[in-house]
Design a protein around this ligand. Structure first.
Ligand SMILES: C[S@@+](CC[C@H](N)C(=O)[O-])C[C@H]1O[C@@H](n2cnc3c(N)ncnc32)[C@H](O)[C@@H]1O
Length: 235
């Protein structure tokens, strides 16, 4: 039994930003997972471990097959579900993934030992804030799926290591819609995340060095393309 997550954790995952019936359609009508990813998804749901939702899985399949990235960085491995999905969709890519939670790291290691059949994945243990400065440059696809208040903190390091033309996908950026409200209407315990996400939007959405797009998939994806070698983040 996994200790890290409880049934009460991640309440924004249960606040869809599109109509329930549209969500149901997206989750049931698109191609379903096969094993081993299906079993990993079932395990994550059973243990309340937050992993990307089926509509994001379908979108990642499409996106990665189109982009054909060679060098992927992921911040937030959990049990390695999204890592193994990316390995499956981009079989030629090498993937670096970072996590700091010991319980998740142990599960991810076990899953990579079994299912990383092409040995594409390197798991780096520790806080991304300490790991990012030690990484080499040259990623062409980055998936940020970790502590939401920290996306804005990680972003400068990530952009520095991203090739021009490279893409960052940032998960869970709408806070179940709270992002659209004044801060007084947001639960006190959620306000640090709210402030971090507001800073993230301000730094990126109208930045002349970036092309961005917000997608209402799951709790919202922020897509960022790096258009030039020098990016100044707006504060
Ligand atoms: C939402 S889960 C990742 C799910 C995974 N990407 C998937 O879809 O299968 C978030 C993970 O990020 C990790 N995490 C959060 N903040 C982190 C940080 N500052 N450094 C490293 N890992 C972090 C947590 O330990 C957790 O395992």
């Amino acid at each position: 039994m996994v200790q890290t997550y409880s049934q009460k954790a991640n309440h924004n995952m249960r606040r869809p930003v599109v109509k329930e019936e549209v969500l149901h359609y997206m989750r049931t009508r698109q191609k379903q997972l096969d094993d081993p990813l299906k079993s990993l998804e079932d395990f994550a749901h059973q243990e309340n471990i937050p992993i990307i939702q089926p509509e994001v899985v379908a979108y990642f399949r499409f996106l990665l097959e189109v982009l054909n990235p060679q060098s992927i960085l992921e911040i937030g491995t959990a049990i390695g579900f999204s890592t193994l999905l990316m390995a499956d969709c981009a079989p030629q890519a090498s993937i670096t993934t970072i996590d700091r939670n010991e319980e998740m790291i142990a599960l991810a290691k076990d899953n990579f030992a079994r299912y990383d059949i092409r040995q594409q994945i390197e798991l780096i243990e520790g806080d991304a804030i300490n790991i990012l400065p030690t990484l080499e440059d040259g990623y062409d696809f980055v998936f940020m799926d970790s502590a939401k208040s920290k996306y804005i903190v990680f972003l400068p390091e990530v952009l520095q290591r991203l090739q021009v033309g490279g893409i960052i996908v940032i998960d869970d950026v709408f806070q179940g819609g709270d992002l659209t409200k004044p801060i007084q209407e947001v639960r006190r315990g959620q306000r640090t995340i709210y402030r971090g996400l507001q800073r993230l939007m301000k730094a990126t959405l109208n930045n002349p060095g970036l092309t961005t797009s917000l997608l209402p998939l799951s709790d919202g994806l922020l897509m960022v393309r790096k258009n030039s070698s020098e990016i100044t983040l707006l504060d």
